[in-house]
Structure formats: structure tokens, C-alpha cells
Design a protein around this ligand. Structure first.
Ligand code: AMP
Length: 170
């Protein structure tokens, strides 16, 4: 099964010039979804980690599914103003302006090993900010996993020194 067949491309969404990779066809197909999760899980089978952290919103689809499979806890990394308790934040540059991500201050303790998950790696800024949050709490990022990597954008350069994995290269 070629999982790329289940990624739909939408030109000029959410704005002109972006080719949006829509993972909803993959999520909707029971075999494709299961394969995607199982293959990502296989990659992390031998790894040691305490938690899986996922980035809002599509990291919330993959992260908890993987966490359930590994019997680990899930840590949500969210857009500003969504988390109710005491939190830390990290900002990153976009083409126009900045974005911010937040994480609860008690989400992990020093030395906890965290596997970070999101749907797609583009320029790497989002994952980089999530890494800063985890490391801000002295957690250890043991891996960063994506369903899709847009290789031409070289997001890996921003994540140098980390164990970066992607299931599909587009
Ligand atoms: P970046 O910070 O540039 O690596 O962007 C990654 C984040 O933006 C992820 O959370 C993705 O869900 C989203 N994203 C960026 N580019 C795309 C795209 N072409 N299709 C779908 N999602 C994207």
C-alpha cells in the first residue's frame, strides 16, 4: 500500500502559494491509518521514552494514537490561550510575523524522555519551538517523528542534532 496515495494535495490553501498536504483521506481509510501508525510505531519500537508530545492540531491525531499503542502518556503542545493551567511558551518566526506554542509547566520533569510528533515537517520552525518547550522543562527530546516531510524545505537543518524521522518524503 502506498500511503502517499492517501495524502490529498490542495493548492493555495490556507493561502496562495502553499500546497497543503491533507491527511484526512489517510485518517478516513482504516487500512491506511493503521499502516501509518503501525509503521511509525515500528520505527520507535526499540526507543526509550516516557511521553509522546504532539503539536496542535494534527499532532493531536497521531500523537495520542501512538501513545495509546505504546502505553505512554500524551503531552499536548498548544496554540496560545488554550491550555488552562500554569504554562510556558515559545515563539518562532513565520514568513510574516510570529507564532507561539504553549505547554503546561508540569507536563514533564527534568530528565523525562519525550518523543515529539507532528503530521508534517516543512521549514522546521514549529518543531523547533516545541523542542524549546520540552527542553525548557529540562525534558530530553529522544526523537522527532513526522508522517510527512517536505524534503525540499530542509526543515531538518533547523533540527540538527536530533533524531528526526519521517514516514513519507514528499
Ligand atoms: P514548519 O514549522 O514550517 O515546519 O511547518 C510545520 C507545521 O505547519 C505543521 O504543524 C504542519 O501541520 C503545518 N504545515 C506546514 N506546511 C504544510 C503543508 N504544506 N501542508 C500541511 N500542513 C503544513
Amino acid at each position: 500500500m502506498n500511503l502517499s496515495d492517501y495524502i490529498r494535495e490542495i493548492p493555495d490553501f490556507p493561502k496562495e502559494g502553499i500546497l497543503f498536504k491533507d491527511i484526512t483521506p489517510l485518517l478516513q481509510d482504516t487500512t491506511a491509518f493503521r499502516q501509518a501508525i503501525d509503521r511509525m510505531a515500528e520505527h520507535y519500537q526499540e526507543r526509550e521514552f516516557d511521553y509522546i508530545a504532539g503539536i496542535e492540531a494534527r499532532g493531536f491525531l497521531l500523537g495520542p494514537t501512538l501513545a495509546y499503542k505504546f502505553d505512554k502518556g500524551f503531552i499536548p503542545i498548544r496554540k496560545p490561550g488554550k491550555l488552562p493551567a500554569d504554562k510556558i511558551s515559545a515563539s518562532y518566526e513565520l514568513e510574516y510575523g510570529t507564532n507561539t506554542l504553549e505547554m503546561h509547566r508540569d507536563a514533564c520533569k527534568p530528565g523525562d524522555k519525550v518523543l515529539l510528533v507532528d503530521d508534517l515537517l516543512a521549514t522546521g520552525g514549529t518543531a523547533r519551538a516545541a523542542v524549546e518547550l520540552i527542553e525548557g522543562l529540562k525534558g530530553e527530546v529522544t526523537g522527532i517523528g513526522f508522517l510527512i516531510e517536505l524534503v525540499d524545505l530542509n526543515g531538518r537543518a533547523d533540527l540538527e542534532g536530533y533524531d528526526v524521522y519521517s514516514l513519507l518524503e514528499e
